[in-house]
Design a protein around this ligand. Structure first.
Ligand SMILES: Cc1cc2nc3c(=O)[nH]c(=O)nc-3n(C[C@H](O)[C@H](O)[C@H](O)COP(=O)(O)OP(=O)(O)OC[C@H]3O[C@@H](n4cnc5c(N)ncnc54)[C@H](O)[C@@H]3O)c2cc1C
Length: 221
């Protein structure tokens, strides 16, 4: 299935991330955390599809993607950066394994936060955010996507980790064995992990070593 959608609104989120709000095809639904293959409806770009996660909720009248652009090479996200309201995208079927099971720990790196934005927004709209915790690693504080909203959603249950800034008000370092031992109290709960492949592999390995059950690890397999 392919559907052409129109960009209605573009919202700057960080220095290299923008939210794209687009028209929603009739009857189009997804589970919070899921994604679709997106391409730009422009000559030369129609066949170049890349996966992006919905950060809107099903009850919203439009779809939203929150997308980090890599401007160091001529890929799709660089081209997306040039788009304006009124331009068109092509979206396809919904897919993805990241969906909410029950209260647990969300671990994200950079743009890997997007499936968790959808899940946390949904939980919040149902007043079910409970004691879910988020550990969110970024290179610098300026890279934190939707910082204020995450603070509002999670309060003291959001923990930012900054990897590459010399002076930061946040915890500096990596989400590694030591970090997980000192922050996780219950290894039987679900762990939702999303970020660069290397980060997912390393964190999953450590979590399993620390007693987490493979069945409780939720990531894009
Ligand atoms: C299920 C899923 C959901 C996703 N959801 C989101 C989302 O909601 N938001 C989001 O921002 N991202 C998301 N991503 C990641 C997103 O799909 C990628 O960022 C996107 O495919 C990059 O496309 P591109 O054409 O710009 O880069 P590609 O050309 O496809 O390159 C991909 C990566 O390789 C590097 N790279 C490749 N070639 C070069 C080069 N010549 N020079 C320098 N670097 C290079 C880029 O830095 C980039 O990290 C998701 C990924 C998956 C698998």
């Amino acid at each position: 299935m392919e559907e052409i959608v129109t960009i209605k609104k573009i919202i700057p989120i960080t220095h290299n991330v923008r939210a794209y709000q687009v028209t929603k095809p009739k009857g189009y639904t997804f589970k919070p955390g899921q994604a679709t293959e997106v391409s730009i409806n422009k000559e030369g770009w129609k066949g170049e599809s890349r996966p992006f996660t919905f950060t809107s909720l099903n009850e919203w009248p439009y779809l939203e993607f929150t997308i980090k652009s890599y401007t160091d090479h001529n890929g799709v996200t660089n081209e997306l950066r040039k788009l304006k309201e009124g331009d068109e995208l092509i979206i396809r079927d919904v897919w993805g394994a990241i969906t909410y099971k029950s209260e647990g720990y969300f671990i994200a790196g950079g743009a890997g936060i997007t499936p968790f934005i959808a899940i946390l927004r949904q939980l919040n709209s149902e007043k079910k955010i409970q004691s879910n915790q988020l550990f969110f690693a970024n290179k610098t504080a300026a890279d934190i996507i939707l910082h204020k909203e995450l603070d509002d959603l999670l309060g003291s249950n959001v923990h930012y980790v900054i990897t590459r800034e010399k002076h930061t008000a946040f915890e500096k370092g990596y989400i590694n064995t030591q970090y997980l031992i000192s922050h996780i109290t219950d290894f039987t709960k679900p762990f939702y992990i999303c970020g660069p492949d290397k980060m997912i592999n390393e964190i999953s390995k450590v979590l399993l070593e620390l007693g987490a059950n493979f069945e409780q690890l939720v990531f894009e397999k």
